[in-house]
Design a protein around this ligand. Structure first.
Ligand SMILES: [Zn+2]
Length: 133
C-alpha cells in the first residue's frame, strides 16, 4: 500500500471497487497509477466500478501462493464493464471445479481480510447455465 493505492484499499473497507478515470481523455484504468496510461496527464479521478465483467482468461491453481489459500482455486483475468482488466479469483465457478471459459459473465463479490479491508473476487452469474459435454 502506498500513497497511490491507499484510497483504493480504503474503499475496499466499504466493499467499493474503485477505478481511475482520466478527466482529460476518459481512459479508465486499473491498478491505480499516478498518471493516465492513455494520455500521460496526472491526477486521474476515482470512479466506482459497477461490478460486472467477463472472464478474459482463467486457470485452476492447485498449489497455493499463500498458506492461507485453500487449493484448488481459480485465478482469473476479468475484464470489467468499464474496460480495465483485473487479476482476481473466481469463486462459485463451474460445478466440476474447472476454470470458467473466456467470455463467461461474472459479478463482483468480496472476500474479507482480517484487518477490515476486502479483496474483490468474482462469481459466475447465477443465470449462467453450464453445458455438460
Ligand atoms: Zn488521459
Amino acid at each position: 500500500v502506498d500513497a497511490v493505492t491507499e484510497p483504493w484499499w480504503t474503499a475496499t473497507r466499504e466493499r467499493r471497487l474503485l477505478l481511475q478515470r482520466c478527466p482529460a481523455c476518459a481512459t479508465v484504468q486499473h491498478p491505480p497509477r499516478v498518471v493516465c496510461t492513455g494520455c500521460g496527464q496526472g491526477a486521474p479521478a476515482w470512479v466506482e466500478a459497477a461490478g460486472a465483467g467477463v472472464v478474459d482468461a482463467a486457470t485452476v491453481v492447485h498449489r497455493p501462493a499463500h498458506p492461507e489459500l485453500t487449493p484448488p482455486y481459480v485465478v482469473a483475468r476479468v475484464r470489467l464493464a468499464e474496460g480495465p482488466v483485473v487479476l482476481t479469483n473466481v469463486v462459485e465457478g463451474p460445478p466440476d471445479g474447472s476454470a470458467p471459459a473466456p467470455g463467461t459473465p461474472v459479478g463482483l463479490r468480496w472476500r474479507a481480510l482480517s484487518d477490515g479491508r476486502h479483496l474483490p473476487v468474482f462469481a459466475v452469474n447465477e443465470e449462467t447455465t453450464w453445458t455438460s459435454n
